[in-house]
Write a protein that binds this ligand. Sequence first.
Ligand code: NI
Ligand code: MN
Length: 222
Amino acid sequence: MSITVTFLGHSGFVLDDGTHSVAIDPFLTDNPVATMNADEIRCQAIVLTHGHSDHLGDTVAIAKANDATVYAAFEIAQFLGEKDCKTEPGNPGGKINGDFGWVAFTQAFHSSSYEGRYMGMPCGVVVNLGGVTVYHCGDTGLFSDMKLMGEIYRPDIAMIPIGDRFTMGPELATKAAEWIKPKVAIPIHYKTWPLLAPDASGFTPEGMEIKVMEPGESWQYR
Ligand code: NI
Ligand code: MN
């Protein structure tokens, strides 16, 4: 049971278990820290946390180039369906089985729109691939049910926004990580622009490994 985790920069990842690849929030074009182009991404599924352009990103192009299915909130799936993408709509509390494993949607305290269009509930996503469970919190403020998400899903890896202003800052993200209790916590959504926290130095949860990843970096879990 192992997966390769590749950080695309900002909030984006590709998870690969050797058979299946799942991209989360693939934002590359106009991403100032990205080291890869959208046409380099290979995946069978794309999972989105919400509709903001720094998360929806290159989804349409990548989905079409790979014939990939997009797992996203109902309204995002409607929008992508209009663009002829294959979709699996969901919403917080729900779980969808795929041939790679499953995706569950959790709540996130944020907003969700794209070019002025309402994009439904912002979400966190839990992806199970290759026997490894990954909780990507999306963009969110701190909420105490993160503790419950940790108890229910027992994530091996949690990706937690720490950039402040639009999401938790490092102090609240530290609290979130200690509530979720993953084996490995990866800080995300910082450093991309000057408005966000410049580094992960304030993210200091105890009781887990903290994995600070550089854009383009890959790391094997187990
Ligand atoms: Ni956002
Ligand atoms: Mn964002």
